[in-house]
Ligand binder design. Sequence first.
Ligand code: ADP
Ligand code: MG
Length: 225
Amino acid sequence: MTTEQRPSALQARTLYRFFRAGEEETLALQGVSLTLEPGELVAVTGPSGSGKSTLLSCLAGIDEPDGGAVLVAGQRISHRSEPIRAGLRARHIGLLFQSANLFAHLTVRQNVGLAQRLAGRRGALGIGSLLDSVGLAKRGHAYPGELSGGESARAGLALALANDPAVLLADEPTGEVDSAAETQILDLLLSRAREGVAVLVASHSPAVSAAADRVIRLDDGKVLA
Ligand code: ADP
Ligand code: MG
């Protein structure tokens, strides 16, 4: 009997990323490898400047590594044309940042609807159930400016989940919220992971590391053993 091997949700193979400004060269990533499987929540920790955001940008196909490769659901996203990268991102990846990238002139519900249409995933999951899943069922008609810090972070999560992604990449998602809101967001990320999403969270918060199934420590662009 042949067994079909499922590709990992996300794989980074010896990623390098250099930045040059005049005489100065920053080695932001120096051979970072990692694999993310469906259903796990992995934390990437490390001091400021250790390369966490650079890593997430490369994983999402927003930035291009100078060396190495990134595979999403078994397909290479690095060193492909921008339309191909954007397409793979729209199909497989959800992105969550410290400050939710909501349009100020649209309600929460309209923001999520727009994100779904942009992802070509209208109806993949109803807007109502998506908002409900992040505890914002009653805040759909609010404008971003009317949301509390915690609500705003959860609205950002609804946006990140609008394309029903297999991989969720979050960069300091709890960086601007109080500890009660942080706990809420972590619970939501964990429950997404338990539903089969591969979740990677860059954060220097001890609460994130404590909640994670696995912690990858970065220092100076390298993974610490
Ligand atoms: P972290 O998210 O862990 O704080 P970053 O990935 O933002 O770290 O940064 C890693 C290193 O790369 C830092 O030294 C930072 O100054 C540098 N860096 C990041 N992005 C750029 C850029 N666009 N141009 C120049 N240097 C950059
Ligand atoms: Mg960062």
